[in-house]
Design a protein around this ligand. Structure first.
Ligand code: SF4
Length: 681
């Protein structure tokens, strides 16, 4: 597929929100679809963001407790001075950088370089740690490569069976639903709009997905459905997985998950007997303290059925944020250098240091993961200065009241954003930046395809690009001219060189190719390479070409229910809002549709708490309470409540959530925590 051509004042670019990155035409500040995929309500109304009266157009500096307008020079001088002082007094790791999965590849790349070179700090991570880290960790250990979908989206249309686990794309990215044509099986404790499309909907108890995957795997083997020749020829490690799964017969799994043994066997048979089948996971199964193992459990099932790397079949993880894929490849992660290289790999350090023109031994090692970094802010050993780009951590991080305390304990907080987000409102310096249609850059979408975001309109006077901000700060911090370029074109050229030879190799992608309409799946190692739509057809990325089974066992939620907190809460998105809501809450049409937080609850559960549809409720966990409007929904499990995470203040769902971390991915357990329900004024 190629991007639609430019015509007159109508510029084809890509949506500011989710990982589908729908192509849209921008004319003035109006948006419309630019390909056959259509747009969801968020995309149709995205033009309103470009003319929002809430837009910041001047830097702000806190003076006597109030944020006051300032010049760019004064703001950047102050940031450089304070960061330099903190480094001088407390060492390089006294400064930290927090990025985002919605930043373009160029921004993610330059932000990681800025942290390691201009600040010399190891303390850099990003909000994708809260999003794709479990999928990434499990994908790397199974396949040796982490590309969320290792095949084009369109391949899904040919499937006879799709098992979708913890994903609600019919609501969160509606154009995706056109790929869910036949044989859809949904695993979700809620009856979502996606579950409504399914031929079979399994509603396991929250946090029991891993047991469910083991039960289905057991049924595959016990019912003679194992793809033995594929397991022998293309994988390693099945025996250790079976030693665990052998003890998880479907009737035992039924007692834990609530999913009948018959349904488990039916899923095994449908996937095994389909001509083309896919297993796809998303945040519902990934955002757990055992999230990486949960994904491994679904990958083990896919490998037992012989799906990954088979034409017309496969395994994949759906990215959520706009650049959820590219954002995790170019070095804004605590343990990573560009090209999806490990920061503790001497060869990777030497290569990237060479591109950056610095000694390899000057690069810091791995830093703290996102929650651990936020948790350490203002502590004796933790960062004292923080720069936030492309994230609204006060609303989006778990255990939100604690995060507010940690942000308050900082000596210096800088936030770059389009608007005064809840996090920006706490800052010492706020830097107003450009947004999607006002700047150039690349985004890597859900299928690993690198897309060109064109500049469609001029930014308002007074705002600068993130790249310009980083460039200006770097020169104030003493970096030589040219080391931190401000134009996306030059940054991408450097990214190409830094990624060359890495797992996510962009070296054959050029702006000329993208401007000419190519939309290339990485890896693209040469400028005449056609891209890599399907990466595992011949071999997986481990040295021996085989995929790895990974032995995992059921652990259950980190915080079980008890007499005091008898329900479990889960969180997620609604159609009209995106992430912390900092952008979508500015758009009247979206806030008119969903103006406030709600708690979806079974009518019997509500009645037991003395609540009726439309009442205000207090949802309470050991970490805080959320005020939300009761929505009685008979199809939700009676032991579960659901709260969307798009709202600020007393309505922020992350006041509840549990920061218990996955030991491998460092993903917090967003998707299940123990709560109780009470009335509220
Ligand atoms: Fe934008 Fe995602 Fe909606 Fe497409 S599905 S219009 S990318 S928010």
């Amino acid at each position: 597929a190629t991007a639609a051509p430019l015509t007159g004042a109508r510029t084809v670019t890509h949506c500011p929100y989710c990982a589908l990155q729908c192509a849209m035409a921008v004319r003035g500040t109006e948006t419309s679809p630019a390909d056959a995929g259509g747009l969801c309500q968020k995309g149709w109304t995205a033009g309103a963001l470009l003319r929002s009266p809430a837009r910041l157009t001047t830097p702000l500096i806190r003076i006597d407790g109030e944020l006051r307008p300032a010049s760019w020079d004064d703001a950047l001088d102050l940031v450089a001075t304070r960061l330099t002082e903190l480094k001088r007094d407390h060492g390089a790791d006294a400064n930290a950088v927090f990025g985002g999965g919605g930043l373009t590849n160029e921004k993610a790349y330059l932000l990681g370089k800025f942290a390691r070179v201009a600040l010399g700090t190891s303390q850099v991570d990003y909000n994708g740690r809260f999003c794709m880290s479990s999928a990434a960790a499990a994908g790397m250990r199974a396949f040796g490569l982490d590309r969320g979908l290792p095949f084009p989206l369109a391949d899904l249309s040919e499937a006879d069976a799709i098992l979708l686990v913890g994903a609600n794309p019919a609501e969160t990215m509606p154009p995706f639903a056109r790929y869910l044509k036949r044989g859809l099986i949904v695993v979700d404790p809620r009856r979502t709009p996606t579950a409504e499309l399914a031929e079979l909907h399994l509603q396991p108890a929250p946090g029991t997905d891993l047991a469910l995957a083991l039960g289905i795997l057991h049924a595959v083997v016990a019912d003679g459905l194992l793809n033995q020749s594929y397991v022998d020829e293309r994988t390693a490690g099945f025996a250790a997985v079976w030693r665990i799964a052998a003890a998880w017969w479907p009737e035992r799994v039924e007692r834990i998950t609530g999913v009948s043994a018959a349904d488990q066997r039916a899923v095994a048979a449908r996937l095994a007997n389909a001509r083309n089948a896919y297993i796809l996971t998303a945040r519902g199964t990934e955002q757990h303290a055992s999230g990486a193992d949960m994904v491994s459990a679904w990958i083990n099932l896919a490998l037992a059925l012989g799906l990954p790397g088979r034409a017309g079949s496969g395994f994949g993880c759906l990215t959520g944020q706009g650049n959820g894929q590219g954002g995790r490849e170019h070095g804004q992660k605590a343990d990573q250098l560009p090209g999806y290289r490990r920061i503790d790999d001497p060869a990777a350090r030497a290569h990237v240091a060479g591109v950056w023109g610095v000694p390899a031994d000057s690069l810091p090692g791995p830093g703290r993961s996102a929650y651990e970094l936020l948790d350490a802010l203002g502590t004796e050993d933790g960062p004292r200065g923080l720069m936030v780009f492309g994230s609204n951590v006060l609303v989006s991080a778990p255990r939100s009241a604690h995060i507010a305390d940690r942000l308050g304990a900082l000596d210096f907080l800088v936030v770059a954003d389009l608007v005064l987000s809840e996090t920006a409102a706490l800052a010492d310096v706020v830097l107003p930046i450009t947004q999607w249609a006002e700047e150039e850059g690349t985004m890597t979408n859900i299928e690993g395809r690198v897309l060109f975001r064109r500049r469609a309109i001029d930014p308002p006077e007074g705002v600068r690009t993130d790249l310009d901000v980083l460039s200006g700060l770097a020169s104030r911090l003493g970096q030589p001219d040219g080391r931190f370029p401000a134009d996306a074109d030059t940054v991408f050229e450097e990214l190409r060189a830094a990624s060359k030879g890495g797992l996510a190799d962009y070296s054959g992608i050029t702006y000329d190719r993208l401007r000419a309409g190519e939309r290339l799946h990485w890896p693209v190692p040469e400028t005449d390479h056609p891209g890599s739509p399907r990466v595992f057809l011949d071999r997986f990325a481990h040295a021996d070409g085989r995929a790895r089974f990974h032995p995992v066992d059921h652990r259950g939620p980190a915080e079980p229910t008890d007499a005091e907190y008898p329900l479990q809460a889960t969180t997620g998105r609604v159609l009209q809002h995106y992430q912390s809501g900092a952008q979508t809450r500015l758009i009247d049409e979206l806030t008119d549709a969903v103006p406030e937080a709600f708690v979806e609850v079974h009518p019997d559960t509500a009645a037991r708490a003395g609540l009726a549809d439309g009442d205000w409720a207090s949802v309470e966990s050991r970490r805080g309470a959320v005020r939300a409007r009761v929505r009685c929904v008979p199809s939700i499990r009676p032991d579960l409540v659901f709260v969307p995470f798009h709202f600020p203040g007393a309505q922020r769902a992350n006041l509840l959530t549990n920061p218990a971390l996955d030991p491998t991915s460092r993903m917090p357990e967003f998707k299940v925590c123990a709560v109780r329900l009470a009335g509220a004024e």
